[in-house]
Design a protein around this ligand. Structure first.
Ligand code: ATP
Length: 234
């Protein structure tokens, strides 16, 4: 579904990604792990088209995306949930979900898509008319994910979704990712919560100083204390 080759990215003069290679197959959960500052967020932003300067190749569903604006990539089926959830606090859950369909060709299917969202995200189903700001951080994060999911992206990329969320909701969120996968959703996940992430990942890549230094199945990496110690300890 996605093949990234030789991806380089810069912030001004700072050369952050130095040749990232990775691949995601349909239906997989793939996890990117690595220390703070390794380049995980930059990788997601580069794939989504949010950085001004990148080189290399990002082929998604057979189409070269590099150099194309973010809205074209979105239209092709890429979605990105940033670490800072950008939900609209003063709107209800339902209104926030509707925002995910603004300018989407799927707008005419809104009620059907909201029903589907309610099935996948039961916690939101109970709160559709609640103002987003009155929900817990974890519920707001689920809303941000649901809003990205409502437009039926082929690949959803999530940056540290469990950050700052109470443990019971983190567990629920990881159950949610499994349910999304069971529905056929392909997921690229950046997570500091390495054990939980590797527990659900089909495969994982370790990023260090802007390059991929290791690739393995989630289970193999989970059992590899040495790699985890070397590249993931803070
Ligand atoms: N807007 C920016 N301007 C300049 N440098 C940046 C910017 N954003 C990130 N960087 C730098 O790019 C490098 C990679 O950052 P990135 O956010 O991709 O890392 P990360 O692996 O996602 O880490 P974290 O877990 O801390 O978010 C870091 O050295 C960081 O300081």
């Amino acid at each position: 579904m996605l093949r990234v080759e030789g991806l380089n990215a810069w912030y001004g003069p700072s050369h952050v990604l130095q040749g990232i290679d990775l691949e995601i197959r349909r239906g997989e959960i793939v996890c990117l792990i690595g220390r703070n500052g390794a380049g995980k967020t930059t990788t997601l932003k580069s794939i989504m088209g949010l950085l001004p300067k990148t080189t290399g190749s990002i082929v998604f569903e057979g189409q070269e995306m590099r150099g194309r604006p973010a809205h074209i990539r979105y239209g092709a089926g890429l979605a990105y949930v940033p670490e800072e959830r950008r939900i609209v606090p003063g709107l209800t859950v339902r209104e926030n979900l509707s925002l995910g369909l603004v300018a989407s060709p799927l707008k005419s299917r809104e009620s059907e898509l909201i029903e589907r969202t309610k099935r996948i995200f039961p916690r939101l189903a109970e709160r559709l008319e609640q103002t987003a700001v009155t929900m817990s951080g974890g519920e707001q994060q689920m809303l941000a994910i649901a809003r990205a999911m409502i437009s039926e992206p082929k690949l959803i990329m999530m940056d540290e979704p469990s950050e700052g969320i109470m443990p019971v909701l983190v567990d629920e969120m990881f159950e949610l990712f499994k349910a999304m996968k069971a529905e056929g959703q392909t997921i690229l996940l950046v997570e500091q919560n390495v054990e939980l992430a590797l527990g659900i990942a089909d495969r994982a890549y370790v990023v260090d100083q802007g390059v991929i230094v290791h690739e393995a199945t989630g289970a193999a990496l989970l059992a590899d204390a040495e790699i985890q110690e070397r590249y993931c300890s803070v």
